[in-house]
Design a protein around this ligand. Structure first.
Ligand SMILES: [Zn+2]
Length: 193
């Protein structure tokens, strides 16, 4: 699949919106990505997972890990394509950890995957969890890398799409200045006219 084919799937499912958005961080942005709207269809999730797996297969991982919740389905589908197991990390009292009895063998080659890499923060936390668990992180994958190269992770990175997304401080947002109404995605409240 090409980047534009993947983006087409996102657009068709309203998972990639273009306009003027208020993100949960409070920042304004010209694009909004909601992977869950694509991943709600198991056949599409399977297809995207298999595409991402193909880019990471040569690394020889025997386990795939992802941060919950966003990465869980991606890890599951990448692991399905590779014929390996899928684990997830989750936050407990603010700190990401491997729970539920998940474990890795000493030096086990592992992939860390995400739905979207924005700053790379949760990816780094998941890498740290896998290493703490004794695993060896051999690669990182994401359906969409919107970090603009900012997420420097020091491991091989693969994504289906690299997207340039601009975020703005609401006090200095060119979209606000141009008078385009800002929308809060997922909100039931219609945007102000
Ligand atoms: Zn704005």
């Amino acid at each position: 699949m090409t980047e534009s084919e993947v983006l087409q799937i996102f657009r068709e499912n309203s998972a990639l919106l273009e306009g003027h958005f208020i993100l949960s961080s409070g920042l304004h942005s010209d694009r909004y990505i909601q992977c869950a709207l694509v991943l709600q269809y198991p056949s599409i999730a399977e297809q995207l997972g298999s595409e991402l797996a193909a880019k990471l297969q040569h690394l020889g991982a025997s386990v795939v890990a992802a941060p919950a919740l966003g990465g869980v389905i991606v890890a599951h589908e990448v692991a399905r394509a590779l014929g390996v197991r899928a684990l997830f990390t989750e936050r407990q009292m603010g700190a990401m950890s491997l729970r539920r009895g998940f474990s890795l063998s000493p030096d086990e080659p592992a992939l860390v995957v995400e739905d979207v890499i924005t700053t790379g923060g949760s990816t780094r936390e998941t890498i740290a969890c896998v290493r703490q668990g004794g695993g060896n992180v051999v690669g990182v994958g994401a359906l969409i890398d919107r970090s603009g190269g900012a997420a420097n992770l020091a491991v091989l990175k693969a994504s289906l799409v690299r997207l340039a997304v601009q975020n703005f401080d609401p006090a200095d947002c060119p979209l606000c200045r141009s008078g385009i109404p800002a929308v809060k995605p997922g909100s039931r409240t219609p945007p102000a006219e």
